[in-house]
Design a protein around this ligand. Structure first.
Ligand code: THU
Length: 136
């Protein structure tokens, strides 16, 4: 039986993940909590680098932890930043979501204090995306 988790609880786990952020250059702290279809949650944070380009976003940290574990079925992700605006995922992270998620994958984004929360599907956030289907 799948463990139930609310969007609020998933966002709380994203905020917990944000505490792990390594972001000495941008000082923009991001946390993500990725919910698998069997109810497991993978947390991730952004990890920056003095050489800048090796920086990885919180969302991809969470996805790659899950992919390494062999998980391929995802239900939702909560993302929280440290700015005034909700932390919408960057294009690269949306592309990674496109690889592993269906159009009904739920993306919940929040600003730093949770006063603004937006919930959309991957279809809404990245229409006409390139993905595995295009290589058939
Ligand atoms: N960042 C994320 O973690 N997720 C996003 O979707 C956008 C950007 C991080 C990367 C970098 O450490 C900092 O935010 C500023 O770009």
């Amino acid at each position: 039986m799948m463990k139930q988790i609310t969007h609020e609880e998933l966002m709380r786990l994203a905020a917990e993940a944000r505490d792990h952020s390594y972001s000495p250059y941008s000082h923009y702290r991001v946390g993500a909590a990725l919910l698998t279809k069997d109810g497991t949650v993978y947390q991730g944070c952004n990890i920056e680098n003095a050489s800048f380009t090796p920086t990885i976003c919180a969302e991809r940290t969470a996805f790659f932890k899950a992919i390494y574990d062999g998980v391929r079925d995802f239900a939702a992700i909560a993302i929280i930043g440290s700015g005034e605006l909700p932390a919408f995922p960057c294009g690269v992270c949306r592309q990674v979501m496109s690889e592993f998620c269906g159009g009904d994958f739920v993306i919940i984004v929040s600003n730093r204090d949770g006063s603004e929360v937006v919930t959309e599907t991957l279809d809404q956030m990245m229409p006409h995306r390139f993905g595995p289907k295009d290589l058939l």
